[in-house]
Write a protein that binds this ligand. Structure first.
Ligand code: TIU
Length: 223
């Protein structure tokens, strides 16, 4: 029999090997979570994302305690916008555009306060932070090389937003051969119906893109 412990998940439990698993925390940035940032500038109620913070804190503590690789991502662009395609820049109302000034600095620009990860979930020294110009964490980043070098085969994925950057990253990862377990209560969306649908899509059809679990189940498997 398989000696590995099982992680409770849908559509099925999966064998869990901490040495080959990374926690990937997607875009828990002030621009998305705090009033005055990019998310709010798009007309969103940013308080909807706050519920994901405590479960993510708990996941981080458990993953660090178990010695898992912890990877953080941030969506953003170089100050000269050279890594932002026109098709991305031209969208949004004039005040909501990437690179425009906002209350937390230029919107989604590296080095600006709004681009930072929220203080409650700050990366520890030595934890990789992947800066990404796209919605997915693999496009135009060093994530694939980093995971390969560490022998990672399973990703525990959480963050914001469920149907945008979490989904895109999970789809990219699934095609690259990673088992992806999305932590439902540690994800969030400005659009609750999209959060629910996003999770349902991942685990449908026998887990077509991956698995869906809860922070308590992941923490139990790590304990
Ligand atoms: N990180 C992420 O999901 N970026 C977005 O722009 N999400 C939205 O839902 N707008």
């Amino acid at each position: 029999p398989d000696p590995r412990p099982l992680l409770e998940a849908e559509p099925s439990p999966l064998p869990f090997d901490p040495a080959g698993t990374a926690l990937v925390v997607i875009d828990m940035q002030r621009d998305f979570l705090e009033p005055g940032g990019f998310g709010e500038s798009l007309g969103n109620d940013v308080s909807l994302l706050a519920a994901a913070v405590p479960p993510t804190r708990a996941l981080l503590a458990a993953a660090r305690g178990a010695g898992l690789l912890v990877v953080h991502t941030r969506e953003g662009h170089a100050p000269d916008l050279s890594d932002a395609p026109p098709a991305k820049l031209e969208r949004g109302a004039p005040t909501a555009r990437i690179g425009e000034p906002g209350p937390m600095g230029r919107i989604l620009i590296r080095g600006e306060p709004g681009h930072d990860i929220v203080p409650e979930l700050a990366p520890l020294d030595g934890e990789p932070v992947i800066d990404k110009p796209g919605k997915g964490a693999f496009y135009a980043t060093g994530l694939a090389a980093l995971l390969e070098a560490r022998g990672i085969e399973t990703l525990i994925v959480c963050g914001v937003t469920t149907e945008v950057c979490v989904h895109t990253t999970v789809r990219e990862a699934n095609d690259r051969g990673y088992r992806c377990v999305v932590v439902a209560d540690a994800c969030g969306s400005y659009i609750p119906a999209f959060h629910e649908a996003g999770l349902a899509m991942i685990k449908a059809q026998g887990g077509i893109f991956g698995w869906v679990s809860r922070s308590a189940a992941v923490i139990a498997a790590l304990g």
